[in-house]
Design a protein. Structure first.
Length: 238
């Protein structure tokens, strides 16, 4: 008895469909890993000393750059970003408007506070009288983004402050605030004035995990080819 290769048509179709898909998914994960590694490297470069910035220069500052700004907090109008976890615990990130020179306003992320257990009972995020902040330092960043559009909720257009939102965009926050806002966000340094948990990390999962996923998909492609060959080898008389 000697083996011969006699694949069935459905095995051919299945393999032709699966192998390119697995390869493409592997390259997709690999490219995501490279993109995330670049972001993480940018975050690490943000450990450099803070540079002086102004309302005019902020939109042009590279992401995660540490900057120093002068302004004053608007303590009466703050936002709470919900559905933000820290060490597995639910909570909010506190966004406080910082009024800059020339009438511009920048949202400052003053850190994370835990969820009280009751949606009607918001955490106390008040600032001292006047809310003065002559100089603040932090990293230039952007608002967190939800994985699904269904998780996004804009802040209420009216009502008491602070106002709660879930993964809003800057336009929605500006509409609730009543004046335009800078297109970027400032992640306040831990030692830069009053705030909460400020344990900033690069965004998303480790790039090594994406690279691992890529290798797994390519392994599936090889396994599919091996199964195709192994399942379609038939024995026949010599």
């Amino acid at each position: 008895m000697s083996p011969h290769f006699a694949p069935r048509w459905y095995w051919i179709l299945l393999t032709v469909a699966a192998v390119p898909l697995f390869i493409d998914l592997g390259f997709w994960q690999w490219h995501r890993g490279e993109h995330r590694r670049a972001l993480w490297q940018e975050f690490t470069r943000g450990d450099a000393p803070a540079i002086e910035a102004t309302a005019a220069s902020l939109p042009r500052v590279p992401q995660f750059t540490r900057v120093r700004l002068a302004g004053s907090y608007d303590a009466a109008h703050q936002f709470l970003l919900e559905n933000i976890s820290h060490d597995g615990a639910p909570g909010y990130e506190v966004l406080t408007p910082l009024r800059l020179g020339g009438g511009s306003t920048l949202l400052v992320d003053r850190g994370w506070v835990p969820f009280s257990g009751y949606r009607e009972q918001l955490p106390d995020v008040s600032l001292d009288a006047g809310g003065a902040a002559p100089v603040v330092t932090g990293r230039v960043s952007v608002l967190p983004v939800a994985g699904l559009a269904a998780g996004r909720v804009a802040p209420a257009p009216d009502g008491p402050w602070p106002r709660v939102a879930s993964f809003p965009d800057m336009g929605q926050l500006a509409a609730a605030y009543g004046t335009p806002l800078q297109p970027v966000l400032l992640l306040l340094d831990p030692d830069s004035g009053p705030g909460y948990v400020r344990d900033w990390h690069p965004p998303g999962i480790s790039p090594e995990r994406n690279f691992s996923y890529a290798i797994q998909w390519w392994s599936f492609a090889l396994l599919a080819v091996a199964m195709f060959v192994g399942l379609n080898l038939k024995k026949r008389n010599a």
